[in-house]
Write a protein that binds this ligand. Structure first.
Ligand code: NAP
Length: 307
């Protein structure tokens, strides 16, 4: 157990990320008290039943009262509205952060609501699963994963350093980045791949009607991996595409060009092009495994939920 980095942490939104944070905070004693709030009565009741948070509050304002760190863990599209709701109750000197998958839009939504004397240090843990809700979290989610901090201009070093130590305490490696760069990198590594998976599963779903469920019955590894990604939360991913529009469209444009080049290679029987392309992409997979960001295991290296 380490000494608490914050006396009180408030988690707003109690889904996969917030619940994983709570169990990770618990694991090493990173906070004195953790309060929590979720929009629906049902989620708050579940949180109370499973002991998620030391205190579950019935309003966001009540949860952030006296908190030294407030973490916004709601879908990207809801960040601004939540910031507006909690702003009058924030303690002077508190740090507000978020875990949203998009950064430029979240900063634009949240920053205008925050009062003077409150520090805003946006963040994004690059860790997740296709599951959502308060019961889906586990303490190990952030272990050896990256968390990107995207400090806004003029923020003093101390609150950034403390938040960095907090994420490191939850097992993550921390880097800082500017918001625009973050959104482009994530469009490549996460957002566009999700869109491709959604599309491929949609195509197979159309085909299923033709082949009478053979797509499900004989589902091979490639398709199964797509279905796992395409099972991700619809609200979260709708918001990601609506708020990271420019970067996603840029990468989708490039993707389409490459796809056409591969389509042409298949049509004209250019095996050398295909072979060279697949050799290059295989090396990227090896690089990810060597960097410790995945394993060779067929379950994508995900551990079973352990509390
Ligand atoms: P989740 O499991 O679906 O949980 C979302 C939580 O936000 C729920 O407690 C929900 O409350 C609450 N909420 C939803 N809409 C709200 C609104 N309009 N106002 C107030 N509360 C609202 O989501 P998650 O996967 O933890 O994602 C949370 C954030 O983390 C998102 O911004 C996402 O982009 C980011 N993120 C996700 C992943 C991932 O892989 N899942 C990875 C990194 C970052 P109710 O249960 O009461 O509806």
């Amino acid at each position: 157990m380490s000494a608490p980095l914050y006396d009180r942490v408030a988690l707003i939104g109690l889904g996969l990320i917030a619940s994983s944070m709570f169990w990770a905070i618990r694991r090493t004693g990173l906070a004195g008290e953790v309060t929590g709030y979720a929009r629906s009565e049902a989620t708050r009741a579940t949180a109370r039943r499973i002991g998620l948070c030391d205190r579950v509050c019935d309003s966001a304002a009540e949860a952030v009262e006296g908190a030294d760190l407030v973490v916004l863990c709601v879908p990207v599209g809801a960040m601004g509205q939540v910031a507006e709701e909690i702003a009058p109750a924030l303690k002077p000197g508190a740090t507000v952060t978020d875990v949203g998958s998009v950064k430029r839009d979240v900063i634009a939504q949240v920053a205008p609501h925050l009062p003077e004397g409150v520090f805003f240090v946006p963040g994004h843990p690059l860790a997740g699963t296709e599951h959502s809700g308060p019961e889906s979290g586990f303490a190990e989610l952030f272990d050896n994963r990256w968390c990107l901090l995207v400090p806004v201009e003029g923020t003093p070093e101390a609150p950034i350093a403390r938040l960095r130590a907090f994420w490191e305490g939850m097992g993550a490696n921390v880097d800082t980045m500017d918001a625009e760069h973050h959104d482009l990198v994530l469009a490549v590594t996460s957002h566009t791949p999700h869109l491709i998976a959604y599309t491929m599963v949609g195509v197979a779903d159309d085909l299923r009607r033709v082949t009478d469920s053979e797509v499900i019955k004989y589902s091979a590894a490639g398709f199964r991996d797509f279905t796992r990604i395409a099972a991700s939360d619809p609200t979260m991913w709708r918001d990601v595409f609506l708020t990271n529009k420019d970067a996603t469209l840029e990468i989708l444009g490039r993707f389409t060009e490459e796809l056409f080049a591969l389509q042409r290679a298949i049509r004209i029987g250019d095996g050398a092009h295909l072979f060279d392309y697949f050799t290059r992409t295989r090396a990227i997979r090896r690089g990810i495994i060597e960097a410790g960001q995945d394993t060779d295991a067929p379950d994508f290296g995900r551990k079973k939920v352990v509390r």
